[in-house]
Design a protein around this ligand. Structure first.
Ligand code: PHE
Length: 362
């Protein structure tokens, strides 16, 4: 067939020179499309003699196949080249620091820090952590703790009462005034013996330099067959040694009164003030840090524990107070103002973890 070789080399050269996919597509249509040059030649086969056809037919088919393969190969080559071009321009330097590197790291609030420190110290002494709700029934907050209605101790707490219609048939609720209701909840849950601490928020209507309407306590409770006041004293001394990071702590147990403990003691810490900085374990000052005592039999009974079989101690520590003392922070109100400058100054790094007797592992 005339000119077949010329046709072949012209088409293959054009395919080879094509710069993009749309040019390739045009070439495909003009060569082997319905009205393409090769297709038109194929139509001529009908007019040929059988001898001519025997030569031209396979030659045209072979040409068509060759053009097809050349198109596919060129298409792949173009796609590869496009990818190479993209890779050359859009490369990524994986050794660059992350975009977040400039984001300032937050800090741990002194209350969270001190709560962690206290919890870690008591955890080392075998105390588990218990929790209770901040909106509490007056039964858990008062009655179960041996503070019946109209008891004068209810007034001492400056309680926030939740609004309630007399027609409502749910019990009166309060914002818990202390973490002591968690004593009841914990004993109801696991019975005795038990050894727990319960950190959390508490609320009283009070506001000055050392009081905010919301503050934090850690309740401690240890109930067993023969747990005594001596165990209470050792536990608290051990705690203070670890918390204030001094070996010579001296505690003073002052007789006091709480309806839920008998006997009750408020505990003072020997200290001195040097230029506004607290020194623990020396000097002639005493600072009250917590309330404590032997759990009252009525309280055990309220929680379903038999006071003839079990006894033990409880204490309530003011977390905010300890944070102010340990880290020399003068005004409690600033704790809860969310002032970033204050938080940056007094905040802690995420890894400043406390250890028993080791102080902070900074
Ligand atoms: N709940 C008491 C208070 O808030 C503290 C306390 C707890 C006293 C446990 C004795 C025993 O003042």
């Amino acid at each position: 067939m005339d000119g077949l070789n010329e046709l072949k080399s012209r088409i293959l050269a054009a395919i080879d020179a094509a710069a993009d996919e749309s040019t390739l597509e045009e070439l495909r249509v003009s060569a082997i499309g319905k009205k393409g040059e090769v297709s038109l030649k194929m139509r001529e086969l009908g007019k040929m003699t059988p001898e001519e056809r025997q030569v031209a037919g396979p030659a045209l088919n072979a040409l068509k196949d060759e053009i097809n393969s050349a198109l596919v190969a060129k298409k792949t080559a173009l796609a590869d080249a496009a990818l190479d071009a993209r890779l050359a321009t859009e490369w990524l330097d994986v050794t660059l620091p992350g975009r977040n590197a400039a984001r300032p790291a937050g800090s741990v609030h002194p209350i969270s820090q001190v709560t962690e420190e206290i919890s870690a110290i008591f955890a080392d002494m075998g105390f588990a952590v218990a929790e209770g709700p901040q909106i509490e029934t007056d039964w858990y907050n008062f009655d179960a703790l041996n503070i019946p209605p109209h008891h004068p101790a209810r007034q001492e707490f400056d309680t926030f009462y939740m609004h309630r219609d007399d027609s409502e048939d749910r019990p009166p609720h309060v914002l818990r005034t202390h973490t002591s209701p968690v004593q009841i909840r914990a004993m109801e849950k696991t019975g005795a013996p038990i050894r727990v601490i319960a950190p959390g928020r508490v609320y009283r209507s009070d506001y000055d330099q050392t009081h905010t309407p919301m503050f934090h306590q850690i309740e401690g409770l240890a109930i067993g067959k023969d747990i005594s006041m001596a165990n209470l004293k050792w536990t608290l001394e051990e705690f203070c040694r670890a918390f204030f990071e001094v070996d010579d702590v001296e505690l003073r147990f002052r007789a006091s009164h709480f309806p839920f403990t008998e006997p009750s003691a408020e505990v003072d810490l020997r200290c001195s003030w040097d230029n506004g900085q607290l020194k623990v374990g020396e000097g002639d000052d005493w600072m009250e840090i917590l309330g404590s005592g032997m759990v009252h039999p009525h309280v055990l009974r309220s929680a379903g524990v038999d006071p003839d079989e079990y006894q033990g101690f409880a204490f309530g520590i003011g977390i905010d107070r300890l944070a102010m003392l340990k880290y020399g922070i003068p005004d409690l109100r600033a704790f809860f103002d969310s002032d970033l400058r204050w938080l940056r100054h007094y905040g802690f790094g995420a890894l400043d973890m406390p250890t028993l007797h080791g102080g902070l592992s900074k």
